[in-house]
Write a protein that binds this ligand. Structure first.
Ligand code: GAL
Length: 440
């Protein structure tokens, strides 16, 4: 890929702000992470399931595709701390302890993640880390974990905490930073789970690598569409080192159709969300493995040059900026290292539809140029787009994901002279096309 000076200047403008937690870990989404415990298994986790899942990650090709981490969720512990106040692995389900488990995962080439809570107890009523932040961060690091998901249950009363949500999550951020400075080890990747209740996208980047933006996902299209709708309003929160976490992937779960699975995965990946597989891999179909391992979609999620999220350039069905949990924005684009533009059209209807956009509706497209079109799901080149693109008969809840690459000047003499012609005019001051209805 050759970058023009203009392209590189554009990317520089997309560098993370000083606000981002540039502490050496978590620059790219923590992909690819396997949550072993929550959506698929809930509390029924043990070391056998985790090691079997790690083997499946390898035999199914998911590790090679880039999923390099295994995460525990809630319910891994004893119900109480030890007599000296330390968290304990559940003796029945993890009889060999976590040092043993993480070293086996490390030997298999995986990193490991663990879960705790910013309150007194976790959401499933195991000990939380409030007032034990440094001790627990040390314990997690000693056990060999590299990543911490931090939840939001059993919050201490106001006269105890005397802090807002931000302060409570900051306590663990400080503990992680202090521990790293004294131990010399990299900080734990820090993943906040406060469900977006305190507009975490406004402050999460100051302390964490990712932050959950919504309540728990469910394995149905209504839930996926609602999260996409929320995401359409907060793409600017995501960049290198810190990003909106759209929640664990439900790809392959519940009653999602094949098209819905593809749309769900495309959305999460192009939002640059962490990709946390939440499927029981011992029962997964090869079709779903192919969705999760789509190399061209994963490459955009893991883009080392562009950290920003895709964002809508037109809502489509609804007027721009409409919040509609059932029918979210349909036309999206973002810059990409191989781009300049990855574009994405989502058919939010429950019936097939044609999807159409003018190229220059996306800010990443240059006027007067033609673009080669790469289809990221059929893995084929789909001709050259000039001025606009139409995807015909996109299935219900289906997606068209494209990589547009500059293919040189458009042919001379195309009429109209400007693709978007409101305010398009001649040097001597007359409008070339007067069809605008808006007064300027
Ligand atoms: C919820 C969280 C879920 C899962 C669960 C475990 O608060 O959103 O992702 O971690 O707790 O109890």
């Amino acid at each position: 890929m050759l970058f023009t000076t203009a392209t590189l200047a554009g990317f520089a403008a997309l560098a993370p702000s000083a606000f981002a937690l540039d502490n050496g870990v978590g620059r790219l989404p923590s992909n690819c992470v396997m949550i072993v415990a929550w959506n698929a298994f809930v509390c029924n986790i043990d070391d056998t399931i985790i090691l079997e899942t790690a083997s499946l990650m390898q035999s199914l090709g998911l590790q090679d595709a880039g999923y390099t981490q295994m995460n525990l969720d809630d319910c891994w512990g004893e119900k109480n701390r030890s007599a000296d106040g330390v968290l304990q692995a559940n003796a029945e389900r993890f009889p060999s302890g976590f040092i043993n488990l993480t070293s086996q995962l490390h030997d298999m080439g995986f990193k490991a993640g663990i879960y705790s809570d910013s309150g007194w107890r976790t959401c499933q009523d195991y000990p939380g880390s409030y007032s034990n932040e440094l001790l627990d961060a040390e314990t997690f690091q000693d056990w060999g974990f590299d990543y911490l998901k931090y939840d939001n249950c059993y919050i201490p009363f106001d006269d105890i905490i005397r802090e807002g949500t931000l302060g409570r999550f900051q306590r663990m951020a400080d503990a992680i930073a202090n521990l790293s400075s004294t131990s010399g080890q990299p900080p734990l990747i820090y993943s906040l789970c406060e469900w977006g209740w305190s507009q975490v996208w406004l402050w999460g980047a100051s302390m964490a690598n990712s932050w959950r933006v919504d309540n728990d996902i469910a394995a149905n299209w209504d839930s996926i569409a609602a999260i996409i709708n929320l995401a359409s309003f907060i793409p600017q929160a995501t960049n290198f080192y810190g990003r909106n976490d759209m929640d664990i992937l439900e790809v392959g779960n519940g009653d999602l159709t094949y098209e819905e699975n593809k749309s769900h995965f495309t959305a999460w990946a192009l939002f640059k969300s962490p990709l946390l597989i939440g499927t029981n891999l011992s029962a997964v179909s090869s079709e779903i493995v192919d969705v999760l391992s789509n190399p061209e979609i994963l490459a955009i999620n893991q883009d080392p040059v562009v950290g920003t999220s895709i964002s809508p350039f037109r809502w489509g069905l609804n007027p721009d900026w409409t919040s509609n949990s059932s029918f979210p924005a349909q036309y999206w684009s973002g810059p990409s290292q191989n781009g300049p533009c990855s574009c994405w059209s989502l058919n939010t209807l429950s019936e097939p539809a044609d999807m159409f956009f003018n190229l220059t509706e996306s800010p990443w497209i240059r006027a007067g140029r033609s673009y080669s079109v790469r289809d990221l799901w059929t893995h084929s080149d789909n001709g050259t787009a000039i001025r606009n693109f139409t995807a015909e008969v996109v299935p219900a809840h289906g997606v068209v994901a494209l990589l547009l690459q500059d293919a040189g000047d458009e042919p001379d003499g195309i009429d109209p002279l400007c693709a978007v012609y409101c305010q398009c005019g001649t040097e001597n001051g007359s409008y070339v096309y007067g069809g605008c209805t808006t007064e300027y």
